[in-house]
Design a protein around this ligand. Structure first.
Ligand code: MN
Length: 260
């Protein structure tokens, strides 16, 4: 084979390899001036990892929490915000991850939440079809710079700085729905230094996971890899450096972080 034919066949082999990679979920080998890490979650019982595309979060999804945030839970449609994908902090079960106290805040809050992760996408998904999109579940913390969120909200400015900052989304591994079933009820609690702070039941959500997926899909086309933080119960509150947060949802291993 002469030199020109060698390069031509190499190029063909490369494009064939890229097509194969795309179908297996391996990032293509495009040339970039620097590397940006992809974000993945471990999948329990699998050698695959779950690629995170977008992080959606629902606001005020438990009546008592809506009231403590100053709104009327009986009249408000669900609303959503996003965190950047690289806000993920993976917290392996059985470990206590160091979680950095973020800059600019003096009122740093925990919010314990069930997280649904999607393996399928779509638009305008009917509620009775919505759970078919769910690949699995995890549990996570929607960490919040409450003072910045309130300050911006009071000025009718976007409160992104209060919600969408570095490492603001600690999360556990994904559990496949085949092994856990869907989470429509069960205890959800959070302790700080062993003292119970949040303690509720998933059946107290105003909008169920299925309803959240359906509503979200009216506003956005959903894709595999999208994950949804499904809202926190009442009694959110502050932590300081040195505090240890432990959160629990029935059927999942607990998640723990230490504020450092
Ligand atoms: Mn939240």
């Amino acid at each position: 084979m002469d030199r020109r034919h060698f390069f031509q066949s190499s190029a063909l082999a490369t494009s064939g390899a890229l097509a194969a990679c795309a179908s297996t979920g391996i990032a293509s080998q495009v040339k970039t001036p620097f590397a940006v890490p992809a974000v993945h979650l471990p999948i329990v019982g699998s050698d695959e990892v779950f690629p995170v595309r977008r992080i959606y979060c629902i606001g005020r999804n438990y009546a008592a929490h809506a009231r403590e945030m100053g709104s009327d839970p009986t009249r408000e449609p669900p609303f959503f915000f996003q965190k950047p994908t690289d806000a993920i902090q993976v917290v392996p079960a059985g470990t206590v991850a160091n979680h950095p106290y973020p800059p600019l805040t003096k009122n740093y809050h925990y919010e314990a939440e069930l997280v649904a992760v999607l393996g399928k996408g779509g638009r305008d998904i009917a509620v009775d079809k919505a759970l078919e999109l769910v690949y699995g579940y995890s549990l996570g913390l929607d960490m919040t710079r409450r003072d910045l969120q309130r300050f911006m909200g009071d000025q009718k400015k976007p409160w992104e700085i209060g919600k969408s900052f570095d490492k603001s989304a600690p999360i556990g591994a994904v559990h496949k729905v085949q092994s856990t079933g869907h989470f429509t009820q069960g205890n959800i609690w959070l302790k700080v230094n062993g003292v119970t702070k949040q303690n509720a039941n998933l059946n107290q959500m105003i909008w169920s996971v299925a309803e959240q997926i359906s509503k979200l899909s009216e506003a956005f086309e959903l894709f595999p890899g999208d994950i949804i933080y499904s809202g926190t119960p009442e009694n959110v509150g502050p932590v300081v450096r040195g505090d240890v947060i432990e959160m629990h949802i029935d059927g999942l291993p607990n998640l723990s972080v230490k504020i450092v």
